[in-house]
Design a protein around this ligand. Structure first.
Ligand SMILES: [Zn+2]
Length: 121
């Protein structure tokens, strides 16, 4: 079973932080604040309530990509505890803040696609 083309396209557009409807570059008006109405196509992107879903997926991703593999790096074990903690804190912070807007965009894209499917049927 594969996802419909529109679903994948909407998620990819959201991942790029673009409008899931027209691929315009105005999904966000700041770091994480969604621009309510797309200036390019007029799509009401502000109606999609992402809430904590983007944060959840970001923590899930960072936990699996950064924290778990770091346990297997012996150089981290050689550092003093405060050094390991500081290094991991910086890496986790940068990875989390870097990934969050893209994941939020993807969630908005998925919600847009689900709304489109619901509207069509
Ligand atoms: Zn648009």
């Amino acid at each position: 079973m594969s996802a419909p083309e529109g679903f994948q396209q909407s998620i990819l557009r959201g991942l790029k932080r673009h409008c899931p409807n027209c691929d315009g570059k105005h999904l966000f008006e700041g770091y994480l604040k969604v621009q309510k109405i797309c200036p390019d196509c007029g799509s009401d992107n502000g109606r999609f309530r992402v809430d904590d879903v983007a944060s959840y997926f970001t923590i899930l991703l960072v936990g699996h990509i950064v924290i778990a593999p770091s346990l297997a790096i012996p150089a981290l074990w050689m550092l003093p505890l405060w050094g390991s903690f500081l290094l991991m804190l910086i890496v986790v912070l940068v990875a989390t803040l870097g990934a969050l807007p893209f994941i939020k965009g993807a969630v908005i894209g998925a919600l847009f696609a689900a709304d489109q499917k619901k509207t069509r049927s």
